[in-house]
Design a protein around this ligand. Sequence first.
Ligand SMILES: [Ca+2]
Ligand SMILES: [Ca+2]
Length: 311
Amino acid sequence: MKTWHIVAFIVAVAQIAQAIAQAHEDDLLFGEENGQVVVIQPQPHPIRTMSSVFGSFILDVGMDFYWEPNTGLDHLRSCRVQQVWITPGLQATKSGFGTVFCASGCPNFFNLPTNGTPHHHFIFGASQPGVYVWDVRAVNAVARDGRPLADMAHPYRIYMVAGNVRRLFGSVNAPNYQGNLYNLPLTVQIRQAGTVVAQQSQPPNRTARYDYMVGFTQSGTYTVVAKLSKHLSRRADNFNLSSAHRLDWTFSTPGDVNNDDVIDDADLLQVLFAFGSSDPASDVNGDGVVDDADLLTILFNFGAVGEGSQN
Ligand SMILES: [Ca+2]
Ligand SMILES: [Ca+2]
């Protein structure tokens, strides 16, 4: 082994040790609040930086039951940690369990306690630079005294930043939408000369540090286009992507139920065919029913085109 090999190895081991030591204070602590299982802390989860090790990116994420400080007792007897959404390319492994969380083909849940303890750590890994998202909910929880608890109402989000990426983050608003924005995926594209250079999608999450955060390895001047499902796209021209930028989006034109960025007869027909049903894909205003309010919204916005589809 050459000297620089040994030095590189020692540095990598030190980075892994540091990544694991730092993780502990950010462990997800599950407890009870008003008859419902919740993540007591950290709230919201801080933006996490993945460590670069041998050309990949890793992050240790821990979880445990919350202990009441004055009694030293856990709130919970048991719960299941259920993945709700994960960015493709991110996966979590645990020694003895293999890959537990990933975009497809993994168990995507973990029961607490397992093997007699609620305290567990997972190593998240990604091979490419980027911003990664992991959304989870605790479900089927039982309180210390045996009471069943209501499931977590909203997914809890961890943002993980891998490598040198230019980040966009901020709020996502859709003032005419009455449903849960989490059900409407957001896609953010960067374009140059009308061509999409890169894009990233995720559900907006109101309970996270930011409603959305995406990352791109490119730097320079781009047109940024954001589209929220069922709504026409918005855009920011001549945007200089250099480090981290706040970019808040308001999607004020709903009615694009087929998501082609135009509100026209195709949207009208989709809503007419679903009229009177509760088809979520055709429910323009997210109130749970497809009715004349949805039809009127489409008629009112008929012919409108998203900013990302205009010259
Ligand atoms: Ca449309
Ligand atoms: Ca509706």
